[in-house]
Design a protein around this ligand. Structure first.
Ligand SMILES: *[C@@H]1O[C@H](CO)[C@@H](O)[C@H](O)[C@H]1NC(C)=O
Ligand SMILES: *[C@@H]1O[C@H](CO)[C@@H](O)[C@H](O)[C@H]1NC(C)=O
Length: 406
C-alpha cells in the first residue's frame, strides 16, 4: 500500500469532517526532550535546540533522609553548563531539572510526600537548586506512586509546591518556576494489583503540564512473547497510547496540560522460532542491546548491519525489525509522525522524547518538526504530512464505524 494514496471514498468522508486541528495553547506546542546526564557522547552543546521548546536534565536525586539536594562539584558544573549552553543557543528554551527517574525506587518519594515538613524541605531545596543553576523549572519523575495514600500526598505536594514557587516569584520578581511531572501513561494505575488514581484536579490546578510516559507497554519483564513498546492502538488489549491519552482526557485533565511521551529506543526479544516473528510471537529471552533495550540510533545501525527485515505494523502504528532470532520493537519517523498527528487531533499540549541521546542524527525529531510546524502554522504543504493526517482521520473513521457495528 502506497501510504499517501488515499482511496476516494475516504477522501469524501474526510472532507466532511471538520479540520480544526491545533495542539497546545497560544504558546504553541510543548516539544520536550530529556537529556540523560550520563550521555557522554552528546554534551548539551550538541543538542539541536531548534527542535525543542523544553529540555530536561535527567536526573537529580535528593538525600533520602533530609530530602534536600546535595550537589557535588562535578554535578554543579554540569548543571550550570546545561542551562548556560542551552540558553545561549536558544534564549527562549525552557530548561528544567528532572527529579528521580526509573532507577530510583518510589519509596523515597512516598516518604518525602508523607508529611508536611518533609515536603517543605524538599520543595525549598528544589527552588534553591533551580535558581542557583539557572533553571526555568522543575520536573518530578516519581515512578510511580504505589498506593491511594501516595496519590493523595502527591496532590498535597504539588499544591504546596505551587504555593512556594508563587511566593518565591513574588518576593524575587523573577518569573515563576515551571512545575511538571512525568506520570504513568494513564491516570489509573493498577500495577502490583493496587488500584490508585492520580489527583487530576490538583494536577490541573498546580502543575504546568504532565509528561505521560506512553511507552514500556511490553518489555523484558515478559519474555514469553514479543510485544510493542509504545503502540498507538492495540487491537488485543487496552494497553496503548491512544487508550492512555483518552483516559487522561476522560479523567478530566485539561487537554493543554497533557504531553505525550515518545520513545527514542527499542525493546528487544530473542525469538523461539525465527519463522514466527509477528507481534506476540513466542520468545525465549531478551534480544540484542543492553538488557533488552537499544537506542533508536543503534537499532537503525543494527538493522543495516544485519540486513534485518523491517515491518511497519499499521494496526498498532509501530515498527519491528527481525534478523534471525533477534526481534526489536520501536518507533520510527513514520510512527512518530502519526502519533503526533493523533495528539494534535486530541488537542493536547505537545510531546516529549525519552531521550534525546537516542536520535543523535535527529532523524526523527527533525522530520517531526517539519510536520508539526506545518500543522501548527497551517501554511505550506508537505505531502507526507498530509498523508499522515489522512491516515489518522481514516483510522478514526474506521474506529467509529466499528463502534457502530458493535
Ligand atoms: C538511604 O540511603 C543510604 C545510602 O545509599 C542507604 O544506606 C539507606 O538504606 C537509605 N535509607 C532509606 C531509609 O532508604
Ligand atoms: C560546557 O562544557 C563544554 C565541554 O566540557 C565546554 O566546552 C563549554 O565551554 C562549557 N560551556 C559553558 C557555557 O560552560
Amino acid at each position: 500500500m502506497k501510504f499517501h494514496k488515499a482511496p476516494t471514498l475516504f477522501l469524501v468522508i474526510l472532507s466532511l469532517i471538520s479540520a480544526t486541528n491545533s495542539m497546545g495553547s497560544s504558546h504553541g506546542p510543548n516539544k520536550g526532550g530529556y537529556w540523560p546526564s550520563w550521555s557522554i557522547d552528546l554534551p548539551p552543546s550538541a543538542i539541536d535546540t531548534t527542535l525543542f521548546t523544553h529540555l530536561y536534565y535527567a536526573f537529580l536525586i535528593p538525600n533520602n533522609i533530609t530530602f534536600k539536594f546535595e550537589i557535588d562539584d562535578p554535578t554543579a558544573l554540569l548543571l550550570k553548563n546545561f542551562t548556560t549552553t542551552l540558553h545561549e543557543k536558544k534564549p527562549s528554551i525552557k530548561t528544567l531539572f528532572s527529579i528521580g527517574g526509573g532507577l530510583v525506587g518510589p519509596k523515597l518519594f512516598s516518604r518525602m510526600a508523607l508529611g508536611h515538613d518533609s515536603r517543605k524541605s524538599f520543595i525549598l531545596s528544589t527552588i534553591e537548586v533551580a535558581r542557583k543553576f539557572g533553571f526555568d523549572g522543575v520536573d518530578l519523575d516519581w515512578e510511580f506512586p504505589q498506593t491511594p495514600i501516595d496519590m493523595v500526598n502527591f496532590g498535597h505536594l504539588i499544591h504546596e509546591w505551587r504555593v512556594e514557587v508563587k511566593k518565591e516569584a513574588k518576593s524575587t520578581g523573577k518569573p515563576e518556576l515551571l512545575l511538571s511531572a512525568a506520570t504513568y501513561y494513564k491516570p489509573e494505575v493498577t500495577l502490583d494489583n493496587v488500584y490508585r488514581k492520580y489527583p487530576v484536579e490538583s494536577i490541573n490546578k498546580n502543575l504546568d503540564w504532565i509528561n505521560a510516559m506512553c511507552y514500556d507497554y511490553h518489555g523484558s519483564w515478559d519474555l514469553s512473547t514479543t510485544g510493542t513498546l509504545a503502540a498507538l492502538y492495540d487491537p488485543n488489549s487496552k494497553v496503548s497510547t491512544s487508550d492512555g491519552l483518552e483516559s487522561w482526557i476522560k479523567g478530566k485533565i485539561h487537554r493543554e496540560k497533557l504531553v505525550m511521551g515518545l520513545p527514542l529506543y527499542g525493546r528487544t526479544w530473542q525469538l523461539k522460532d525465527p519463522s514466527l516473528y509477528g507481534i506476540g510471537a513466542p520468545a525465549v529471552d531478551v534480544g540484542p542491546g543492553d538488557e533488552g533495550q537499544m537506542l533508536y540510533a543503534d537499532v537503525e545501525k543494527f538493522n543495516v548491519k544485519n540486513n534485518a527485515k523491517v515491518v511497519f505494523d499499521f494496526p498498532t502504528v509501530s515498527v519491528y525489525s527481525v534478523a534471525g532470532v533477534s526481534w526489536i520493537g520501536y518507533d520510527d519517523v513514520r510512527s512518530v509522525k502519526i502519533k503526533i498527528e493523533y495528539a494534535q487531533e486530541l488537542k493536547i499540549g505537545g510531546y516529549f522524547f525519552w531521550a534525546v541521546n537516542g536520535d543523535q542524527e535527529w532523524k526523527i525529531s527533525r522530520k517531526v518538526r517539519l510536520c508539526s510546524d506545518h500543522f501548527y502554522a497551517r501554511k505550506g504543504e508537505e505531502e507526507s504530512c498530509i498523508a499522515i493526517y489522512l491516515y489518522v482521520k481514516y483510522t478514526k473513521v474506521v474506529k467509529r464505524l466499528y463502534r457502530k457495528v458493535d
